[in-house]
Design a protein around this ligand. Structure first.
Ligand code: GH3
Ligand code: MG
Ligand code: MG
Ligand code: MG
Ligand code: MG
Length: 317
């Protein structure tokens, strides 16, 4: 039935998620300050013929970050004690720089507690340097890469609305903090908006939930195409969307949302050969950098209620 509605590419397709790389050759960053430990590890890797490794070795966290800025790696092996990063700090600095890179911690002796803390902070596994085996090290590296890909997939799924492919409400807190920083940097208040589809219940009642879902996807796609630069949007829930616009002052933000409402209204949404006119209402508010997300959206909701009672298909402050 959903095919009856004009198909606009779902957001998930627009975002084009990257495909996992086939693991037949591995680019590895070895972060190890001890010459002998590094030599033993490299020799162990050379002894196997299953997978070809391209290894860059560095001796400090500073050099590691420099390498990561210019090269792509499939995995990093990081010594837990470096001249400029000790213990948990060594992998936390790496994950902060590149949250997608699988990290395996190298420990001088078996230390399950340390390994557990590393994994809790985002490391994929650990290798005890006192207990190296050729098969073991290759297996650990391959498994770490695959687990990282899976875990990134779960993370993305947890942050995505399954119907529309947009970011979901779970991501709003983090994005709000980021947007508040951008606004503070620009010296402007942070403009936020709540957009709610008008009389959406009627669409469901008249055409069924399935068409309702397809209409929601179309609105979401239009919204994702409308946003750019520092503007960000998510599905807040039901037929409501939240918008963050840190780079705009209140007049620009109002124009930006109004443009979207106009676009939505003029969009052809067909059910069979019947054209549906879908409109939405919006509430806009501006918050200073020390005000919370809750305050921002409470004001938006209030403005949205005014937009609804003033006739819908409009924005209110
Ligand atoms: P208003 O203009 O005042 O916002 O009217 P409305 O009908 O849009 O608002 P109301 O809150 O009464 O109804 C929202 C409707 O949205 C009811 C609910 O079934 C529908 N809805 C929420 N989430 C979904 C969804 O994921 N799919 C579909 N098809 N409908 C949904
Ligand atoms: Mg060391
Ligand atoms: Mg609503
Ligand atoms: Mg509504
Ligand atoms: Mg309009």
């Amino acid at each position: 039935v959903a095919d009856a509605v004009n198909r606009v590419a779902p957001v998930a397709e627009i975002l084009e998620p990257s495909k996992p790389r086939a693991v037949s050759s591995i680019r590895l960053l070895l972060i190890e300050d001890d010459e002998l430990d590094a030599a033993i590890l490299l020799r162990t890797l050379r002894k196997q013929t299953l997978i070809s490794f391209t290894v860059d070795r560095v001796a400090s966290m500073h050099e590691a970050i420099t390498k990561l800025q210019v090269n792509d790696y499939d995995v990093a092996l990081a010594d837990i004690n470096l001249p400029d990063a000790m213990g948990a700090d060594s992998f936390e600095q790496l994950t902060a720089f590149d949250s997608c890179l699988p990290i395996i911690v190298l420990t001088g002796h078996e230390d399950d507690d340390l390994a557990l803390r590393a994994v809790q902070s985002g490391a994929q596994d650990f290798i005890s340097k006192s207990n190296l085996s050729t098969q073991g090290i290759v297996r650990t590296i391959r498994f770490a890469i695959v687990r990282q890909q899976m875990s990134l997939g779960y993370q993305a799924a947890a942050q995505t609305d399954s119907l529309t492919g947009m970011p979901n409400r779970r991501t709003l807190d983090c994005e709000f903090s980021g947007a508040a920083k951008v606004a503070k940097h620009l010296g402007t208040p942070l403009c936020v908006a709540m957009i709610d589809i008008d009389h959406f219940k009627n669409v469901n009642e008249q055409f069924g939930h399935c068409i309702g879902d397809a209409v929601l996807c179309q609105v979401a796609t239009l919204l994702m195409r409308h946003i750019h630069g520092d503007t960000w949007a998510c599905r807040f829930g039901g037929e409501e969307f939240a918008l963050l616009m840190p780079q705009y002052d209140i007049v620009e933000a109002q124009n930006f949302v109004e443009e979207f409402l106009n676009r939505l209204q003029s969009q052809q949404i067909m059910v069979g050969n019947q054209r549906l006119e879908i409109t939405a209402s919006a509430g806009l508010s501006c918050v200073s950098c020390d005000e919370s997300r809750a305050v921002a959206f409470a004001r938006c909701s209030q403005a949205l209620r005014v937009a609804k009672s003033n006739g819908r298909n409009r924005i209110e402050l």
